[in-house]
Design a protein around this ligand. Structure first.
Ligand code: ZN
Length: 288
């Protein structure tokens, strides 16, 4: 018996809702669904999926998969759409009020609202096949409106999809009576050392020809733009700066230990945990 089955809506020949710049619902919900699943698993719970790639499933197949996996809860991931592009908002669905499905729908909605910062359209009931035919208490999420240009562009950001995934994981775990434990591997240096030394980094970026930065100890978009991709095998003063920033011994050689520290930092910050310093990781390192 599983704790959850997560169902990414649409897929394959059915792209779901299509946004103003042609991004589609099926891709976004698959990504959010898999991310949410990995966060839930990280906390020690079990998760199954109706699909883990871009394939088409009938609604009854989704319910059948869930019923054969016998989870405690079922969650279906969707994004709304409407003819008026100005409409946006979050809503979640359950089959009927008063049951465990409603509690799940409420918990996830409440975790998502502060993260999404869009109108609250509330918890609603609907006779959707995936809610009706699933034996487990079930919730269906409509994560904003694809038809809203601002929402489509927010959903295009991996960091945003990550935040949604974490919020959904929290709501799910709370419904099981658990507590989502943040994983405090890394304490931001700013908290203990308010005058963290960015001067050293800015100087080094200039010396190595990555930028022509003002040495002002205030990292901003220009500093971020100058930061190169850094990965295992790198060596030198930029690596040294990264090591100091991560609080590990600073020998200027990017080896396995540095990679592990980067992965820990990425996990703590909800980033893709590949041990490579790309723009998203740099942004968090610079406190932006
Ligand atoms: Zn949908």
């Amino acid at each position: 018996m599983l704790d959850f089955v997560f169902d990414a809506g649409h897929g394959g020949k059915d792209p779901g809702a299509i946004g103003p710049t042609r991004k589609n619902e099926a891709d976004f919900v698959l990504d959010i669904c898999l991310k949410a699943g990995s966060y839930v698993k990280e906390q020690g719970y079990t998760v199954g999926y109706t699909r883990t790639n871009d394939k088409f499933l009938e609604l009854y197949e989704r319910a059948n998969i869930s019923n054969s996996l016998k989870p405690k809860y079922f969650v279906s991931f969707h994004i709304n759409s409407f003819t008026d592009p100005s409409v946006n908002g979050l809503e979640t669905y359950c089959y009927s009020k008063g049951g465990a499905g409603e509690i799940l729908a409420v918990n996830i909605l409440e975790e998502l609202l502060p993260v999404m910062d869009i109108p609250n359209r509330g918890v609603k009931t609907a006779n959707f096949a995936v809610l009706r035919r699933t034996q487990a208490p079930a919730a269906l999420l409509e994560l904003g409106f694809m038809s809203n240009p601002e929402q489509e562009s927010k959903l295009s950001l991996e960091t945003y999809r990550n935040e949604l995934a974490i919020a959904i994981a929290k709501g799910c775990i709370e419904t099981l009576g658990g507590n989502y434990k943040e994983q405090p591997v890394f304490t931001p240096v700013q908290e203990t050392k308010p005058n963290y030394d960015y001067v050293e980094l800015q100087k080094e970026l200039n010396i190595q020809g990555y930028g022509k930065l003002a040495i002002d100890n205030i990292p901003g978009p220009k500093t971020l733009a100058a930061c190169p991709t850094v990965r295992i095998g790198a060596r030198g003063n930029i690596t040294k700066w990264i090591q100091k920033r991560l609080g590990i011994s600073a020998d200027g050689i990017f080896g396995e230990k540095t990679k592990k520290a980067v992965i820990d930092f990425q996990k703590t910050n909800g980033l893709v945990s590949d041990g490579i310093l790309g723009k998203n990781t740099w942004r968090k390192l610079l406190g932006l």
